[in-house]
Design a protein. Sequence first.
Length: 366
Amino acid sequence: MDHYKSKSTSSPVADFYGEPLITLPNPDAHATSIRATALVFADPVSVRLLEYIARIAPSDATVLIIGETGTGKELVARQVHKLSHRKDAPFVALNCGAFSESLVESELFGHERGAFTGALNARGGWFEAANGGTLFLDEIGDLPISTQVKILRVLQEHEVVRIGSRTPIPIDVRLVAATNVNLAEAVQAGRFREDLYYRLNVAALDLLPLRERPGDILPLAKHFMQRYGIRLKLNSLELAKDAERALLRYGWPGNIRELQNVIHHALLVCKDGRVGLEDLHLNPHFGSSYSNASTSVAAPASLTSLENALAALYEHPADNLFDTLEETIIRTAYDYCENNQVQTARLLGISRNILRHRLKRYGYLV
């Protein structure tokens, strides 16, 4: 499960080749995760972000971090915690998309013995585990509306009520939430409560994708080279100029996490620690024009094919055409993502709960 509790063990902002750097505690333990394990603040945009973090961290204001997957949202949350007066208290990270709708409230708020089938013992939730410290809720847009209501009450009343209990438990927790979806649009679509959105959005941190802060790319690449170079026992490391140019031109759809994987692989196949262009396995579909021209060229071609196919269907429409099209979109996306609900919901731009409802309707889930 994608959650854990720790004391404030994230590395402080340290200098790496003269640039501020923060990393996860024991970053190599998260090697198979999609989260970023390091952030460097070299690009002017990142420098301004670091300064803003330093200004808001000492308060107890709720924080909403907005950014694509792999941009380092948890690292930013940890830095907010580390610079606050809660730095010696627990930091608890929880991925809201990792739990089914039936379990998420028990995980967050806890339960009493016998509250539901399988509740053999009373157990506190993650709000209680983070008492005195910071609770980081990633992918908060995936929470069902009923859970959103209860989180809003916790923030307002500073207490939780376990499932199966009527006794409130006082808590003192700073909430930092993160999302890779547009919550304002989710509010308009009725998937996210407006009052909770404004309650979370007291201090907003926009974490730009790596392609929009290119000044961070090479410092991060050198950091990962150093980390993996030690693990692979490479005595000397070098990043060739052609490799540098390729890294800077690439669009990085997977952000920092993808850069880390690219560097790791490059060090495995390169000769004598020298990474050249031929050692970089970059996706050819996300090259230098990823952030501008390629998307504007490729999208219309794909959409034209889709429009032609739809026009053919309209000529001889089947019964319940809309439902058929919706089921086809969801089924093919679900297959494409190898039945991973979180990835499918992210691909389609809908919440996991909406996806689960559709999958049940179409018979893909019991």
